[in-house]
Write a protein that binds this ligand. Structure first.
Ligand code: CA
Length: 512
């Protein structure tokens, strides 16, 4: 054993440390503080740095992540079987307060080259979006998108792509129940994403419950997109080729308009960055998420918008977030979103222990409390200025909590609807996640996975755990990468490889 043991404790109160060495540490290893390992401890797993009596608090990030259910001796491996999950923070007891908006030190002089839109937003891509009012037409739009890419796109060099905004909404979804507006506003707001430049084609069937007109603004004057519509059951079409010909002609009109757009200098304040995690491990809260949090603060200081999400992954840390709300109504909105989700889960007989995944646990995360404390690090330190319900569009610059499930695909879909123009995605275990509508920067939490997946990961934040770089250095690096990628000057791994996930709606209502 030649390698120096690397043990990470975030807070000096922590009575467990995380083994950061790539290959873990063997039983018998002597640590700097005199602790001798009683077990083999794999990379990312926790070791007791003090004796912890049965019923004692297990402390990581300076917070109680659980209670030991047996005597744990100093030097022992500490993982899920030894830890009792504490109750979630009570929502009624969290004090609300009004905090005057703090003066953040402004960060001037940063810009990117984006596509300016009529509504003042800026795109990082120039894409023709084809949305649908019902799942039945998804095969049609897929087929048409292939044809447009082959036959039309080469004629419009300033247009980056054409994308089918397919989803699984169908007539089975109960359309009048209280939560039914969530998937509908999501579909509508995705079409208004800045990367589509206000040029949208809606393909409908003709017999669906969600009539395509509902995807337009009630007040057409204020619509954020200029939509053309095609209804496949329209009597005037005889057969597929006539439908295809019609949508191809419409596509040319929109491609023509999009092709006239050029990238212009946009201030960094036009960035709308959506952040989320997928496949976290015990390093996520030490490396990738604090690095993302540092970059998040830079985005906010530059006047931009930053969203973090994933209700089940902030629920156990919400008592640390509510005090960061700029006023009591934002604090209350945050609590209301947590309560809504508690009820949603209990209505299905589920609870928060359904998260973390088996993979998260293999990565060293013992429970959802530990996961949440690491997860919120990506929100940085800025005040929370607004809270969005699922599928709502972003309203304010600064740090917003956009309530979404933690599911990578649903979170990404809802952040698209909120209007993100760039996505930052942290992973510890590795996932090929990607979106065709916005560039996705993939940040690895550990160097072992980042090296192994060298062509799938854009930034290796694992260097922080090994002491090779600081959080601040890597935070600046990520911020610089966001500007470069937003400008189209750097291609992210999932765009290079064409790795794109389907959109997945959050549809909490029943299906008939
Ligand atoms: Ca996720």
């Amino acid at each position: 054993m030649s390698e120096e043991p690397i043990i990470i404790r975030i807070s000096k109160e922590d009575n467990v440390g995380v083994v950061a060495n790539d290959t873990g540490l063997p039983k018998g290893t002597l640590l700097d503080d005199g602790t001798r390992l009683q077990d083999d401890v794999p990379s990312g797993y926790k070791v007791a740095m003090a004796d912890i009596p049965a019923g004692g608090r297990i402390i990581r990030y300076g917070q109680t992540i659980g209670y030991s259910n047996r005597m744990i001796n100093r030097g022992e491996l500490v993982h899920e079987p030894a830890i009792t999950l504490p109750d979630a923070p009570g929502l009624d007891a969290i004090p609300l307060s009004d905090n005057p908006e703090p003066e953040l030190e402004p960060l001037d002089g940063y810009s990117f080259k984006g596509y300016r839109n009529g509504d003042g937003s800026a795109g990082t891509r120039n894409i023709l979006g084809i949305t649908i009012s019902v799942q039945c037409v998804a095969g049609f739009t897929n087929s048409i998108v292939r044809r447009i890419k082959e036959e039309l796109l080469p004629k419009y060099p300033n247009v980056n792509d054409v994308v089918a905004l397919n989803h699984a909404y169908g007539c089975g979804v109960a359309i009048d129940v209280p939560s039914a507006d969530i998937p509908i506003r999501t579909i509508k707001n995705i079409a208004a994403n800045p990367n589509f430049g206000g040029q949208i084609i809606i393909a409908g069937l003709g017999c669906e419950k969600l009539v395509p007109e509902r995807l337009l603004s009630e007040d057409h004057k204020n619509s954020r997109y200029d939509a053309d519509m095609i209804i496949l059951q329209d009597e005037s079409f005889t057969g597929f080729n006539e439908m295809a010909g019609s949508i191809m002609r419409k596509a040319e009109v929109h491609l023509e308009r999009l092709n006239r757009r050029k990238r212009v200098i946009c201030p960094a304040s036009d960035l709308v960055v959506g952040m989320q995690c997928g496949g976290s491990d015990a390093f996520s809260g030490i490396t990738s998420n604090p690095v993302a949090g540092f970059a998040a603060d830079l985005i906010v200081r530059a006047g931009g918008s930053l969203m973090f999400s994933e209700v089940t992954e902030v629920r156990d840390a919400v008592h640390l977030l509510v005090p960061r709300a700029i006023n009591s109504s934002v604090g209350k909105a945050l609590i209301d979103q947590m309560r809504w989700y508690d009820d949603y889960l209990s209505g299905w007989g589920a609870d928060r222990s359904a998260n973390p995944s088996p993979g998260n646990k293999r990565g060293g995360l013992s429970n959802v409390v530990e996961k949440a404390l690491g997860s919120i690090a990506k929100s940085g330190t800025s005040p929370i200025v607004d809270v969005l319900a699922p599928g709502e569009r972003i309203r304010r610059k600064g740090l917003t909590f956009a309530a979404t499930p933690a599911s990578d695909f649903i979170c990404g879909t809802l952040q698209l609807a909120a209007g993100m123009n760039i996505h930052v995605f942290m992973t510890g275990l590795g996932t090929p996640y990607g979106l065709a509508m916005v560039p996705v920067i993939k940040v690895g939490s550990n160097s072992r996975m980042s090296r192994h997946w060298h062509d799938l990961i854009d930034l290796d934040a694992g260097q922080v755990a090994l002491g090779q770089k600081t959080i601040e250095e890597m935070g600046w690096e990520l911020f610089g990468m966001i500007l470069e990628v937003a400008s189209g000057e750097k291609t992210v791994a999932c765009d290079r490889l064409g790795l794109y996930n389907d959109l997945v709606l959050f549809s909490p209502g029943p299906v008939t």
